[in-house]
Design a protein around this ligand. Structure first.
Ligand code: FES
Ligand code: FES
Length: 162
């Protein structure tokens, strides 16, 4: 079985698995990292949203064999570490989520937060501040309909990330 190596939440990991297994199953089933959720498996619902080299991606649609050794995958578990948070501390976007009491069932929420952080980083790379129209680009589905609180939390988290 081929060996696959990439960087997960700041640490190199190696797994024995075929090239065509999707990254979501490697994370959840082989590495026990279950923040990224399985919803559709076909890059539609966005429940699995995580970051690849700092940008949002959907691990259900990427073959593990397409990752290079230096590729950095970040899941919600590794998000606080990206801002140098100590043990038990959270990323500012997660704090905003708590402050706005966003989740209902919670299933979609790791993906929502990862999408939000990637969006704010993208807007900053473009030298802009977050606009209402940027919020419309988040395509993550929430069957509980928490969209209004999500939008409020992204705006609050964005201010805290500046
Ligand atoms: S499970 Fe990945 S987009 Fe739905
Ligand atoms: S909080 Fe239930 S699916 Fe979004």
């Amino acid at each position: 079985m081929p060996k696959q190596t990439f960087v997960l939440n700041g640490e190199p990991v190696t797994v024995d698995v075929e090239d065509d297994v999707r990254v979501l199953w490697v994370l959840r089933d082989l590495l026990g990292v279950q923040g990224p959720k399985y919803g559709c498996g076909i890059n539609v619902c966005k429940a699995c949203t995580s970051h690849l080299n700092g940008r949002a991606f959907n691990p259900c649609s990427v073959r593990v064999g397409d990752l290079a050794e230096e590729d950095r995958v970040t899941t919600i578990e590794g998000l606080p570490g990206e801002v140098g948070a100590d043990d038990g501390e959270l990323h500012p976007m997660q704090e905003a989520w708590i402050d706005r009491d966003v989740p209902q069932c919670g299933y979609c929420q790791p993906g929502q937060i990862m999408a939000a952080v990637a969006l704010v980083k993208k807007v900053k790379r473009e030298g802009r501040t977050l606009q209402e129209s940027d919020l419309d680009t988040i395509r993550n589905i929430c069957r509980c309909g928490t969209y209004t609180r999500i939008r409020e939390a992204v705006e609050q988290g964005s201010r805290a990330m500046s």
